[in-house]
Design a protein around this ligand. Sequence first.
Ligand SMILES: NC(=O)c1ccc[n+]([C@@H]2O[C@H](COP(=O)([O-])OP(=O)(O)OC[C@H]3O[C@@H](n4cnc5c(N)ncnc54)[C@H](OP(=O)(O)O)[C@@H]3O)[C@@H](O)[C@H]2O)c1
Length: 399
Amino acid sequence: MGKCLIIGCGGVASVAIHKCCQNPDVFEEIMIASRTKSKCDALAEKLGGGKTKIHTAQVDADHVDALVALIQGFQPDVVLNLALPYQDLSIMEACLATKTHYVDTANYEPPETAKFEYRWQWAYQERFRQAGICALLGSGFDPGVTGVFSAYAQKHHFDSIEYIDILDANGGDHGYPFATNFNPEINIREVTAKGSYWENGHWVETEPMEIKREFDFKGIGKRDMYLLHHEELESLAQNIHGVKRIRFFMTFGQSYLTHLKCLENVGMTSITPINYEGKQIIPLQFLKAVLPDPASLGPRTTGKTNIGCIFQGIKDGKPKTYYLYNICDHQACYQEVGSQAISYTTGVPAMIGAMLVMNGTWNKPGVWNVEQFDPDPFMDALGKWGLPWMEDHNPVLVD
Ligand SMILES: NC(=O)c1ccc[n+]([C@@H]2O[C@H](COP(=O)([O-])OP(=O)(O)OC[C@H]3O[C@@H](n4cnc5c(N)ncnc54)[C@H](OP(=O)(O)O)[C@@H]3O)[C@@H](O)[C@H]2O)c1
């Protein structure tokens, strides 16, 4: 069918690229372009020889001109941005300049402020509409599948949804006292920030990790989970009409929290530059350099993830509850694509989002979040490409 330019070659990109190569009727040609070209070449060598033709390139995605030249040279149908949130706007600018569709998995975050919000990317709505190109935002698992689950629940199971609780559990064990499952810098910025949830039309802010609940996750068991701010809260609050409250909870083990608190207390999670032996360094970036690379966790991680949404609302005049979730096994992911389940649960929906934009199923001019499209084709594709979903019509609720 067409060509996809994938930017970034880290943990998530590696899974998405494996999945593109499993789907050569859609992804006839891909180009993997990232800051470190040797990583792109290594993956191309591993996956080459199949039906999907793979090219590689070096690019610094902070530079619009370099991206424009790359896009003009390769002429992709879509750009799949799997670099870091800092690159979102430069890649969107390059897509506008070349009239190329755009897909990502994480919303823009300015490097100097640990604050992610959709407003920067939503501001591109009119320019993308006028250019006749589509930007699909947040096509990972959370955000991504959680938005598709919400649209699916709204379409098939409720007249109105009043409450959504998004629960993200990682029951995986990698054997390290402390490591993050995806990019450590992005991950630590997210979990050390204040929490918040949406209630009755406004944000309620909490201290980091202030709200804790215990939940019994299928496939994992009982885990402590903590309320975090998360980006899909912002788009779902706008797109799921009439919703009264949306919360996001993520599980953390005691060892992770104790290490994180200690690192925070000594200043290692700070993003304020400091002077070290005559050089400006950012403590969090230095910490990233000494932590295990998330891409290296695959062979040693066992256990499962369970991510999903519990909905409460009204159907045919009666109260109704409904839980949609996916369970993913770290070792099964590793056997299939050489990565752990966190990269897998993000890389699969990234490939599906790019596919649906390329084949026109989810493609309209403008800037959209996943829940603004018909969820059914995405739900069908999830099962087909490795993330089958389960439903529970009588779930235990989170108080
Ligand atoms: N929605 C979800 O469910 C979800 C879940 C997890 C992650 N994510 C998002 O997925 C994205 C990728 O995460 P990851 O864990 O794969 O991160 P990662 O392993 O750190 O990979 C990031 C990749 O981007 C490349 N890169 C960074 N800056 C670049 C630049 N200026 N120009 C070109 N390439 C650049 C890196 O190159 P080097 O190899 O040179 O460092 C690396 O290959 C992040 O935005 C993350 O927030 C989304």
